[in-house]
Design a protein around this ligand. Structure first.
Ligand code: FES
Length: 95
C-alpha cells in the first residue's frame, strides 16, 4: 500500500479551453495555467489581471458559471466550472 495518494484533479473550461488543476487551486491560478492573458478590461479598454490575490483590488473579475464580476482570486476551482475572461465575454455579448 502506498503512503502517498495522487492529488485530486479538477477539470474546468477557461475561454473554451479545457484545463486540469489540483483540487484547492483558485480560478486565478487556473487563469495563469491557461495563459488566459488577463481577466477584464478597464473602463479605458486596458487589459487587467489579478494583482493582490486577496480580494481587494477587484482586478481579477471574470464570469464564472454565468455569474459576472466573480473574483477569481477568491473562488476555488470546481469540476465542470466554466470561466470567461473579457476575451470570451465580449464575444458572447456581440453574438
Ligand atoms: S487579485 Fe485582487 S481582488 Fe482578486
Amino acid at each position: 500500500m502506498s503512503s502517498t495518494s495522487a492529488a485530486a484533479r479538477l477539470h474546468l473550461t477557461i475561454d473554451g479551453r479545457q484545463i486540469e488543476v489540483e483540487a484547492g487551486a483558485t480560478v486565478a491560478a487556473a487563469l495563469v495555467l491557461a495563459e488566459a492573458g488577463g481577466t477584464r478590461l478597464s473602463v479605458s479598454g486596458q487589459p487587467r489581471a489579478a494583482l493582490c490575490g486577496m480580494g481587494v483590488c477587484q482586478e481579477c473579475r471574470v464570469t464564472i458559471d454565468g455569474r459576472a464580476h466573480a473574483l477569481a482570486c477568491q473562488t476555488l476551482c470546481r469540476e465542470g466550472q466554466i470561466v470567461l475572461t473579457h476575451n470570451q465575454a465580449i464575444k458572447a455579448i456581440k453574438r
